[in-house]
Design a protein around this ligand. Structure first.
Ligand SMILES: Cc1ncc(COP(=O)(O)O)c(C=O)c1O
Length: 445
């Protein structure tokens, strides 16, 4: 594979863009390929190399790179008509109505421009309505580039995880291990009266893919209710990906007070949203007094794309297709691992998948989850499977990045470059793509 054009572009980029990229995960080693265009489930780089794409923009591209015709038409119509006004448009109302009809927790919604903006606003809202400052988050969870959650450590010893965040922010954040009911009870025993909200992804999707163990999300629901705190589900990744149109909260049957969205809800354009009970969401300005505003929020092109995206999914076999191929891929990789690397763990659900290079899996996989680890206690691999962010961090992340990812790329399969980011299947992927990918796994593992 030649990469001359990409390398030359990277050389130029390094002079004018920080690290040569506009989002740090894109700076793959030794140098990223620059994308020229997408084509169905594939991307083609500046040197003409073609890859089966499982990165899919880090999640938004439910249809891959071939946008369904109604989405295309809506984008063009709204781009040509404006493209934006600083005044409300009908399409914002339609999209909000659609989301409120399908997602259990959502009665009312505020559209913003990124997942980060959504989680920032959700935290502000929770603090405002409860009059409390502390936020409980999960170690290994990710909620975007926001001050309150860019922290690490454990209650009693929390620091910012990056330079530039004042330690005062970290004082108000309590990171606990995911899936640990005792840890959440302890933190509420100690700080219950000060906790504004527990904010969690329903499935940790930025530290591989860690499923909640049975009953864990319900425990979060119960304990937040007991203490008059709010439960925020960050469904930026899982929203309209896991559980279809009802999102992960519908699949798990646990309804949060507030939900944050991003990615798919904008049909491939920059987006975020905060949804929830009307009595909460209407506390945002101008109806309430919790400041929230944005020049581009509810951008007609974005909202039209997102709306047609979801309508298309409601009217076609989109989730059946992506979930069937997701399962086929996870089963295929599980079979390959059984032969070649039984200590590794396949994780994922619906149309998400990842292989975690765990070190101590059991060889006895007879009754183990066959299509991706879902953290079931009855599974013989339960003790070895990742249940917290820390479990994933202990995996062989360097091997993923430096060896495996490179080999898959050289075989024309584009995966997320680190051990932690999820991978996705789109409506454009075919059975043939999955089979070709499994052949590549056989060679690379
Ligand atoms: C769960 C979760 N929340 C929030 C964000 C931040 O979203 P954005 O990158 O659009 O700001 C992400 C991004 O990947 C995410 O995965």
């Amino acid at each position: 594979m030649r990469h001359d054009e990409s390398r030359a572009l990277y050389d130029r980029a390094l002079s004018v863009l920080a690290g040569g990229v506009n989002s740090s995960v894109r700076a793959t080693q030794p140098s990223p390929f620059f994308v020229e265009r997408g084509d169905g489930a594939h991307v083609i780089d500046a040197d003409g190399n073609r890859y089966i794409d499982y990165v899919l923009g880090y999640g938004p591209l439910l249809y891959g790179h071939d946008v369904p015709e109604p989405v295309q038409a809506a984008v063009q119509k709204h781009a040509a008509a404006g493209p934006m006004y600083g005044a409300p448009t009908e399409i914002e109302v339609e999209h909000a109505e659609f989301v409120a009809r399908h997602v259990p927790s959502v009665e009312m919604i505020r559209f913003v421009n990124s997942g980060t903006e959504a989680t920032v606003s959700a935290v502000r809202l929770a603090r405002a309505v409860t009059g409390r400052d502390k936020i409980v988050i999960m170690q290994g969870g990710y909620h975007g580039a926001q001050e309150s959650t860019l922290v690490e450590g454990e209650p009693g010893n929390v620091q910012p995880s990056t330079r530039g965040v004042p330690s005062a922010f970290a004082q108000h954040t309590l990171p606990v291990p995911f899936n640990d009911a005792d840890a959440i009870r302890e933190v509420f025993e100690e700080h219950g009266d000060d906790i504004a909200a527990v904010m969690t992804e329903p499935i940790l999707a930025n530290t591989a893919i860690v499923h909640p163990v049975d009953g864990y999300l319900q425990t979060l629901r119960d304990i937040t209710e007991e203490h008059d705190s709010l439960l925020i589900f960050d469904e930026v990744i899982t929203g309209f990906r896991v559980g279809g149109l009802q999102c992960a909260q519908g699949k798990f049957g646990v309804t949060p007070d507030i939900t944050t969205f991003g990615k798919i809800i904008g049909g491939g354009f920059p987006v975020g949203a905060i949804g929830g009970k009307a009595e909460l969401i209407e506390q945002f300005t101008p109806g309430g007094d919790v400041f929230q505003s944005g020049t581009f929020s509810g951008h007609p092109v974005t909202v039209a794309a997102g709306h047609e995206y979801l309508k298309y999914a409601a009217e076609n076999d989109v989730y059946d297709h992506v979930n069937r191929l997701g399962e086929k891929l996870r089963r295929g990789i599980t079979d390959i691992l059984e032969d070649q690397a039984p200590e590794y763990t396949v994780v994922g659900t619906d149309s998400m998948f990842k292989t975690v290079f765990t070190r101590h899996g059991t060889a006895d996989r007879a009754d183990a989850c066959a299509d991706g680890c879902t953290q079931h206690e009855s599974c013989p691999n339960y003790d070895a499977c990742p249940k917290t962010g820390a479990d994933v961090s202990k995996a062989e992340t360097d091997r993923w990045e430096r060896v495996f990812w490179q080999e898959m790329k050289d075989q024309g399969v584009f995966l997320t470059a680190n051990q932690f980011e999820s991978q996705f299947v789109s409506y454009a992927h075919t059975d043939e793509d999955i089979e070709e990918t499994l052949e590549a796994y056989k060679t690379a593992l």
